[in-house]
Write a protein of this length. Structure first.
Length: 290
């Protein structure tokens, strides 16, 4: 900043992830500050009063534009059924993230408990958590595993660990949960939408409800595992309801969350701040081709 180089800051995390003086410095030196969601903007504004002229809300797009198109759904279901040793026609509820309290591993397990307690169905249902994390004694995983065993549903809830390619797991699922306590604007929401998965998330926990707006997902009160279970039950028995959300999710992620469009908008902010026109590799290739 002292060298008079204009700065555009992209803020992804919530302000409580920063030291107060760090966030104050970001505000002081930035020509423009980009937030991924209204939720993060509001939290930042409450933390540090930022002039409106400096801010913009610009959610990132689906990182991999081909996500949700490369795997056959029936084959993905068969592969997952073989991996877990479950019936191929079982319903699968997926969550994806690190195994910790921030990502809501305990909320995930409570939702499963509520589902099996109150909404026993003729359709066999399994909950799958995709992602790794500590599993030694006295970690969150240690205690939720204890909860599962005492609830006698340990054979219906599966922790499959990290995978280098998560797409086939999303394609094999029937619904998705985003149970984070706080998550600015999680990419897994876009991935679930791209695969046509109805996703259930908490209100007041981050930017996910903004992504799932206009009927592209389901938002329940924060921490309400019974509401999650009830919505899962409805998705299980009401195909028309599920299909409507699935279609809206796929349409919305393709029309609203295009990463190329996001990159162009970020580039426009950089050009405005620097007063120059940026020459991108794709543009150079197009010029040479011409």
């Amino acid at each position: 900043h002292d060298a008079k180089i204009p700065i555009v800051s992209l803020i992804h995390e919530l302000p409580n992830s920063y030291e107060p003086e760090d966030f104050q410095l970001i505000e002081a030196v930035s020509e423009k500050i980009v937030f991924p969601s209204r939720f993060v903007f509001d939290a930042a504004h409450a933390f540090e009063r930022i002039p409106e002229s400096k801010t913009t809300i610009l959610p990132q797009g689906l990182l991999d534009e081909g996500f949700g198109t490369r795997f056959n759904r029936d084959q993905a279901k068969q592969d997952l059924a073989e991996e877990l040793g479950i019936p191929i026609d079982a319903k699968v509820v997926l969550a994806c993230g690190t195994i910790d309290l921030r990502k809501g591993i305990d909320h995930f397990v409570r939702a499963a408990q509520a589902f099996f307690l109150h909404h026993a169905s003729s359709v066999e249902t399994h909950f799958v958590w995709l992602g790794g994390g500590p599993q030694h004694k006295h970690t969150p995983y240690h205690y939720v595993a204890m909860d599962l065993e005492r609830s006698q549903i340990q054979d219906r809830v599966h922790f499959v660990g990290e995978r280098s390619n998560v797409e086939p797991y999303f394609m094999a699922a029937d619904a998705a949960l985003m149970m984070s306590r706080e998550d600015p604007f999680p990419c897994v929401v876009h991935e679930a939408m791209a695969c046509g998965l109805p996703m259930i998330t908490f209100a007041s926990a981050g930017g996910a409800p903004e992504a799932l707006a206009d009927g592209a997902g389901i938002v329940v009160p924060y921490g309400d595992s019974n509401a999650v279970a009830q919505e899962l039950h409805r998705l299980t028995i009401d195909g028309e309801y599920r299909d409507k959300i699935s279609k809206r999710a796929k349409d919305r992620v393709r029309s609203v969350y295009d990463f190329r469009a996001y990159a162009r908008q970020v580039a426009a902010l950089l050009e405005a701040a620097a007063g120059v026109s940026l020459d991108f590799p794709t543009e150079r290739r197009q010029k040479h081709a011409a």
